[in-house]
Design a protein around this ligand. Structure first.
Ligand code: KIV
Ligand code: ZN
Length: 515
């Protein structure tokens, strides 16, 4: 099928969530799924239902609650996987099963311990079984990038014959180069007799930094579906980044002559949401969504942009949802001005949410003279956090070059407010020790980073970290004009994620026991 429309298949909730430290809880997954629907992705891979009861539940919930995109469940070429995927996606209006099996010599021999003949048989059987749950069946040749082309031609012909409506050719290990990867698609187009009865799909990993380039090359050679993730998150070096692939097709439509259905103005918001939920900060120079993507530092560039934006800008920041407005709010701004600004930023709050945000806005405006759009987005994101078991109500820190850093924290818990003081190697360490004294947990922090997310000397600082609790990693993020408070909030955020994961596990166990 060669149309001028490229299907955008988002796998942030499956391949993206698979990367270490990016796991999301049920509520967060639903929030992401809703945002992906606003972004107008065509297809959303919601999870891998057989992998855990929690995954089945989240795919099922998304299938029930999220309208618009086709909802996909992933399955190996095994009946119980396909059954789990089929039952999980059942409530969706538009649903797809995505089943896969490896086709490269190394995977077939060393991992599956099966001959190509056996693999072909399993692939055909899996597609036929998936068809009993839905007409829309995608089949993937795992490690296609290192598979033999003659075998790919044979197996792709067979799965289409069995009913696959989409055939995906993944570069699972990010090994391919754009020309060679594109050639696989060109050969399949030329040699598979029934190729026009399916949509050809590309799925690239970024191990050599070529995931987007390879995906675009596949599109130039006949692929009409791109599998990708927000911010390019995913296994190892990640997947093809949705925002980069989509904007490449849009900005260079003169080359591609192709369209997507993406509402590009929702890109920045989607990126922020994924970054907040996973705790993975976006590098400042990241294309499209990085903090510097539209910043012009050198005098020559600034002068050029002021005279005519397109001298140095190949796309407008507004096109991807980055607001360039100069309207700055402050402590004299009223609720109505804030409401208009929030609406301009693409958020819709009900009266109660607006009131809560306005209260927080007033507190921030007391600390910070000018409130920029980024400050407001941070407030809104803080507001949409999942249920908090712990929240910081008081923090006092003494530190200096000749004192032992001491921190007193007060935390609101389910059993009321608790105060604790501790010393440490520095003010942040002292604060973390004090929080440990209240939460009674052993927490190890890694990947601590801090960055200014808004402008000016009184900018909001955002702390991201990964906390290991009971052997599992939980991202944490906190923002404040005070970096010790931001550090405390990030730490508490990861502890809240831990508590929510524990509670979720207990709920699932209860459900399974029928309590
Ligand atoms: O990278 C890969 O091969 C995959 C498949 C499951 C499609 O993620
Ligand atoms: Zn993958």
């Amino acid at each position: 099928m060669n149309t001028d429309r490229v299907i955008i298949f988002d796998t942030t909730l499956r391949d993206g969530e698979q990367c270490p430290g990016a796991s999301m809880n049920l509520k967060e997954k639903l929030e992401v799924a809703r945002q992906l629907a606003r972004l107008n992705v065509d297809v959303m891979e919601a999870g891998f239902p057989i992998s855990s009861p929690g995954d089945w539940e989240s795919v099922n919930l998304i299938a029930k609650e999220v309208e618009g995109p086709t909802i996909v469940g992933l399955a190996r070429a095994i009946e119980k996987d396909i059954e789990a995927a089929g039952t999980a996606i059942a409530p969706a209006k538009k649903k797809r099963i995505h089943t896969f099996i490896a086709t490269s010599p190394i995977h077939m021999e060393k991992k599956l311990k099966k001959s190509p003949k056996e693999v072909l048989k399993m692939a055909v059987k899996s597609v036929k079984f998936a068809k009993t749950f839905t007409d829309d069946v995608e089949w993937s040749a795992e490690d296609a990038g290192r598979s033999e082309i003659d075998f790919l031609v044979e197996i792709v012909t067979a799965v289409i014959e069995a009913g696959a409506t989409t055939v995906n050719i993944p570069d699972t290990v990010g090994y391919q180069m754009p020309n060679a990867y594109g050639k696989i698609f060109a050969e399949l187009k030329a040699r598979v007799p029934n190729i026009n009865s399916c949509v050809l799909s590309t799925h690239c990993h970024n191990d050599l930094g070529l995931a987007v380039a390879n995906s675009l090359s596949a599109v130039q050679n006949g692929a009409r579906q791109i599998e990708c993730t927000i911010n390019g998150i995913g296994e190892r070096a990640g997947n093809c980044s949705l925002e980069e692939a989509v904007m490449s097709l849009k900005v260079r439509s003169d080359i591609f002559g192709l369209k997507t259905g993406i509402v590009t103005e929702e890109i920045y918001r989607s990126s922020r949401l994924i970054s907040r939920i996973t705790g993975f900060a976006v590098q400042p120079n990241k294309a499209i969504v990085g903090a510097n993507a539209f910043a012009h530092e050198s005098g020559i560039h600034q002068d050029g942009v002021l005279k005519h934006a397109s001298t140095y800008e190949i796309m407008k920041p507004e096109q991807v949802g980055v607001s360039k407005t100069n309207l700055v709010l402050g402590k004299h701004s009223g609720k109505h001005a804030l409401k208009l600004r929030i609406e301009d930023l693409g958020y819709n709050l009900n009266d109660e949410e607006l009131l809560k945000t306005f209260e927080k806005f007033k507190i921030l405006a007391d600390k910070k003279k000018e409130i920029f759009d980024e400050d407001i987005v941070t407030l809104l994101e803080e507001e949409s956090r999942f249920a908090e078991v712990y929240s910081l109500t008081y923090l006092q820190v003494t530190a200096g070059n000749r004192t032992i850093p001491t921190s007193t924290v007060q935390i609101k818990t389910e059993n009321g407010e608790v105060r604790f003081a501790a010393t440490g190697d520095g003010p942040v360490d002292a604060t973390y020790n004090a929080i440990d004294g209240i939460a009674k947990l052993k927490v190890e922090v890694s990947d601590y980073s801090i960055k200014a997310i808004t402008r000016g000397q009184d900018a909001i600082g955002e702390v991201s970290l990964i906390a290991t609790i009971d052997g599992k990693k939980y991202p944490g993020r906190g923002a404040s004009t005070d970096i010790i408070e931001a550090s405390a909030n990030a730490y508490i955020n990861s502890i809240n994620r831990y508590c929510s994961a524990i509670k979720h596990k207990e709920d699932i166990e209860k459900t399974l026991k029928g309590i």
